[in-house]
Design a protein around this ligand. Structure first.
Ligand code: ZN
Ligand code: ZN
Length: 429
């Protein structure tokens, strides 16, 4: 925490209401960054914010920054974890799967309006602990079915962003030894730091620079059009994964079909692509714990044969890993390969966030499940089905797990010719 009398009164008021002007300035800077470089709100556009009521004070700031940036209208879809949880506990499966028509109509309306959308993520990683997994899965499948066609129709047409707010329970999970106020303070620090928001520097300019680096690195990787990548590390990782001829490396910002550049995740450090589903061989060894709905899976490996997870062991949480792998046909296959240097600020923080938005940016990872169609060259003019046929993995899950290590080497192959792209945990270029 930076100086400014932060200790006084810290227990009484929410973290940025306590008269610590420096902190307040930084948080406003952060809200401004999310609006201007996160969703890159266009003048006259509508801004939609989705948030838990816990972040209400911060959301008010976001709304203000939205109007300052020229929003025609800003509206908020409020949720409350406790209310959601009670619903899961007390409602039956039939009731949970009965998606009201007004929600479908609302999404249809939004698919025409195309508001820039900010999702404020502050959820307790253990929020749904103890809730019947079968209920959760069925309810999410039912909602997915109703919303999927509309969501697919909206894909790549509007700007969106997932960004974090330090929820109390989340902060306590990360810093169990601290009081809630001190823990949220720590988490605020980590969020602001990893999003390049600090005193004295221009966060917008910092992100412009960061995006420039992402673009040049993706161009460099895309030039090779690799047939496959090979991963090796002294921890036992020894793995080859094939790419599609259409696989493209993406990272940092994304561009809507109408040409608006935005950053869908803040923070972000990864450069990633969508592999050819069903064609990989060898062993991947995890290097960080994987948090699966309140269960930690630790020290595990997965052996892939003919593109599918064939055997796996975990020192802890093996059952949760097995459930994940057995979710559907696609959850045995990979949907993402991502490269993150070991000296990324999130890795250097040494923190485990229990939240993918951060943890996936700490380390090289792969994802079991759904592949991103936005990494498929020519996706603009293809249907989801055509891309699935070409090798983009289809699944209702997408779960990243970390395989980066200080001595990880990744080599790309094109027509048998090897090119080192990652040596000792870092890009060669
Ligand atoms: Zn990723
Ligand atoms: Zn992912």
């Amino acid at each position: 925490m930076k100086p400014g009398g932060s200790v006084r009164g810290a227990r009484l008021l929410p973290v940025f209401m306590k008269g610590d002007t420096m902190k307040k300035t930084l948080i406003r800077k952060y809200a401004n960054l999310l609006v201007r470089r996160g969703v890159n709100l266009q003048k006259g556009q509508t801004l939609r914010i989705s948030s838990d009521v816990e972040a209400a004070d911060f959301v008010k700031l976001l709304v203000e920054e939205g109007y300052r940036a020229g929003a025609a209208n800003v509206y908020v879809d409020w949720t409350c974890t406790e209310v959601t949880k009670q619903g899961y506990r007390h409602r039956g499966i039939r009731s949970l799967c009965d998606i009201p028509e007004w929600r479908v109509e609302k999404l249809k309306h939004e698919s025409k309006l195309l508001p820039a959308s900010i999702y404020v993520d502050c959820e307790d990683p253990d929020a749904l602990r103890g809730i019947d997994q079968n209920k959760l899965r069925k309810a999410s499948v039912a909602a997915g079915k109703k919303f999927k066609p509309i969501r697919e129709d909206m894909e790549n047409k509007y700007q969106w962003l997932v960004a974090a707010y330090p929820g109390k329970k989340w902060a306590k999970k990360m810093f169990p030894g601290l009081r809630a106020s001190a823990a949220t303070e720590k988490l605020w620090e980590a969020i602001l730091k990893t999003c390049l928001v600090d005193d004295g520097t221009d966060a917008l300019a910092a992100w412009d620079e960061k995006n420039k680096n992402f673009i040049s690195r993706c161009e460099w990787l895309n030039k090779f059009n690799f047939d496959y990548l090979e991963y090796r590390s002294s921890n036992g990782t020894d793995f080859r994964c094939w790419l599609m001829p259409q696989s493209r490396w993406c990272g940092g910002g994304d561009t809507t079909l109408s040409g608006v550049y935005f950053n869908p995740n803040m923070p972000t450090e990864e450069i990633f692509t969508t592999p050819l589903a069903g064609k990989c061989e060898g062993r991947l060894v995890s290097t960080k714990p994987l948090s699966l709905r309140g269960t930690l899976v630790e020290n595990f490996y997965i052996d892939f044969k003919e593109g599918k997870a064939a055997e796996w062991r975990a020192e802890k949480g093996e059952e949760a890993l097995t459930n994940l792998i057995n979710t559907d046909e696609g959850s045995r296959m990979l949907g993402e390969l991502a490269l993150v240097p070991v000296d990324s600020p999130i890795n250097e923080s040494g923190l485990l966030f229990y939240n993918t938005l951060f943890d996936e940016n700490a380390s090289c990872h792969v994802a079991l499940g759904m592949g991103y169609t936005s990494c498929f060259d020519g996706f603009e003019s293809l249907t989801q089905e055509e891309m699935h046929k070409a090798g983009v993995n289809d699944s209702i899950v997408h779960v990243d797990f970390m395989i980066g290590s200080p001595d990880l080497c990744v080599t790309g192959y094109k027509n048998g010719k090897a090119t080192k792209i990652f040596v000792n945990g870092r890009f060669v270029k």
